[in-house]
Design a protein around this ligand. Sequence first.
Ligand SMILES: Cc1cc2nc3c(=O)[nH]c(=O)nc-3n(C[C@H](O)[C@H](O)[C@H](O)COP(=O)(O)OP(=O)(O)OC[C@H]3O[C@@H](n4cnc5c(N)ncnc54)[C@H](O)[C@@H]3O)c2cc1C
Length: 354
Amino acid sequence: MNSTVTTPDAIEADAVIIGAGPVGLFQVFELGLLEIKAHVIDSLGAVGGQCVELYPDKPIYDIPAVPSCTGQELTDNLLKQIEPFDPTFHLGQEVTKVERRADGRFDVETSIGTRFITKTIFIAAGVGSFQARTIKVDGIEEFEGSQLHYKVKDPAIFEGKNLVICGGGDSALDWALNFVGKAESVVLLHRREEFRAAPASVAKMKALCDEYEMQLIIGQATGFEAKDGKLSELKVTGADGVTRRVPLDMLLVFFGLSPKLGPIAEWGLDIERRQLKVMNTEKFETNVPGIFAVGDINTYPGKKKLILSGFHEAALAAFGAAPYIFPDKKIHMQYTTTSPKLHKVLGVETPVFD
Ligand SMILES: Cc1cc2nc3c(=O)[nH]c(=O)nc-3n(C[C@H](O)[C@H](O)[C@H](O)COP(=O)(O)OP(=O)(O)OC[C@H]3O[C@@H](n4cnc5c(N)ncnc54)[C@H](O)[C@@H]3O)c2cc1C
């Protein structure tokens, strides 16, 4: 039985995937090949996880056989790849509760009250329900979404504007460099001389400052001025203790993500440094049988937080979960190139080999 039955109370499922980042999306594919249909839940309103939230327009170079694609393109391709398996997405809702039932299945509940009864769970929750670290200046939050931004969704809205970009990591530097020449002015504000960003980006930024193409200020935002309901100046206190006023149209803040596991920490799973420990690298199953952890959320000796590692984990986790869903069926690995059975589930023609 691999179909799902919806009751007025709860959705009965074989597999629930928590997280619609790249690894959660590929988990749909690997489960689909084994004829397991998945429900995918994400607290964000869109799929793609970090790739779409943090770097939709930036190229990724280490996806096997894809020399270069942006975070958004990777997500679009994954969505296309999983089309044959018709997953059901439940977006804009955080999974708040996971509890084992007496019958061995799990009760899953989300922040808006969607309920599931599922045989298996795949936690692909990345860094958790991630939230950007906010700028700590009293009252400035009222400009969030209009003049204060924690991510760049539409670069065009910043063009021709006076920008102040806060932060010393890759996101801050990359966007500062990106907007030079497109924005009216770019000021990078960082609290110290040392940067976490790639040395090449730091060198490029310093060269642009030397050419007066942009400006670097070492200091911290300590206040602001508003005019006609608009954020007009940022007050910046330097290491010398002097507070200067920096006029601006837009404030971009890249202080990183607060690594909040959120409700996941309360589900009885083994946790090590805010990641889920898996019992082995054969199935990527957690200490709770039937719950698997894949992608950035898991930890094991040698773990590398890379998309390609998560894809591999998703494949093995699907095989590891199959006995919970089909206890009497022997599962064999087959090639998508040659298996008529897989062609059927993928909805493609079986090629004729000479
Ligand atoms: C700037 C940057 C550049 C990068 N470049 C590369 C690169 O070039 N190559 C590479 O391999 N990797 C790169 N990475 C890392 C890569 O993005 C991650 O390894 C990848 O996104 C992990 O995928 P994931 O699906 O495990 O988690 P994520 O992408 O983090 O997705 C997890 C999803 O789970 C959701 N979620 C969490 N908790 C809950 C909950 N309780 N309920 C519902 N939903 C929940 C989140 O909202 C999120 O959408 C980069 C990362 C950054 C920040």
